[in-house]
Design a protein around this ligand. Structure first.
Ligand code: BJW
Length: 228
């Protein structure tokens, strides 16, 4: 059995990382057009860096929760029985990795990495003060940007993701509002491929009617219950 799991901000909500579109969410407090577009970064890189530096500090003090651990157990169990879990996350946190999921595809990038605007090299970025820059252009002011995917940019690893979606026997969306493309279109694609679709979320998402099976509740209880 090949299972394609797509996760969103809701799976990390109980770890203390904010979601985007819930009441009081990140985009209710901050304007995405001023912080999460290439134009915003070109206009005011310091403001964009400050936003991501604060979220990086929050991430470093957070921990994975029972939902991340349940997904890791599912991956291990599928592998043991000759199946496969393709874990695709829209999240830029590293909580799936910390819960020991073996391979995670971060389609919207990673908060703990930076990318050089000129040479495109991607480097670890945990400590805002101690980034080791690999080339002179990376060292210049404004030379590094967060390795995240902003509005209008192409999400990462799309070929690998599309291939895994084609080969999957089951599609599961967890903790995502289903409002940002291309991820929001994966359920339609999965249905087009004739496979079963399942949603695990706090409440019905924008795409809820497209799922064959739905489970509603906080991820830390709903996901382990669905996995077991
Ligand atoms: C719980 C819970 C609990 C809560 N337990 N559940 C019109 C204008 C402009 C652009 C477009 C447009 N129409 C379409 C577009 C394209 C655009 C888009 O989709 N915009 C929509 C808003 C309309 N998409 C893009 O631009 C993407 N790129 C693209 O399309 O490229 C193609 C292309 C490029 C160039 C040329 C030509 C074509 C890129 C999208 C990048 C998204 N980036 C962000 C920021 C990343 C970095 C960061 O984190 O700062 O990614 S935005 C933000 O939204 C973040 C998330 O990954 C993404 C999805 O959010 P998610 O995860 O679904 O979170 P929420 O908050 O929305 O939902 C949380 C859910 O959890 C809710 O349902 C809750 O109920 C639930 N929940 N507590 C369980 N305890």
């Amino acid at each position: 059995m090949r299972v394609f799991v797509l996760t969103g901000a809701g799976i990390s909500a109980e770890s203390g990382l904010g979601t985007f579109r819930d009441k009081g969410g990140i985009w209710a407090r901050f304007d995405p057009m001023k912080l999460a577009t290439p134009e915003a970064f070109a206009h005011d890189p310091n403001q964009v860096h400050a936003f991501y530096n604060a979220r990086r500090a929050n991430l470093l003090s957070a921990e994975s929760n029972a939902a991340h651990r349940a997904i890791a157990r599912l991956g291990a169990a599928l592998t043991e029985h000759g199946g496969d879990l393709f874990l695709c996350t829209q999240n830029i946190d590293d909580l799936h990795e910390r819960a020991e999921s073996s391979r995670v595809v971060h389609m919207h990038g990673e908060l703990l990495k930076a990318r050089c605007l000129r040479c495109e090299v991607v480097i670890p970025w945990r400590d805002d003060l101690g980034v080791e820059v690999p080339c002179p252009s990376c060292a210049q002011a404004g030379g590094l940007r967060p390795h995240v995917v902003w509005f209008g940019e192409m999400p990462l690893e799309m070929d690998t993701i599309c291939d895994a979606l084609q080969r999957a026997d089951l599609f599961v969306a967890i903790g995502t509002s289903g409002s940002v493309y291309p991820a929001a279109g994966f359920v339609t694609e999965a249905r087009g491929n004739g496979i079963r679709t399942c949603e695990v979320n706090l409440e019905p998402s924008d795409n809820a009617r497209q799922f064959d099976e739905t489970h509603y509740g906080p991820a830390s209880t709903a996901v382990p219950a669905w996995v077991e």
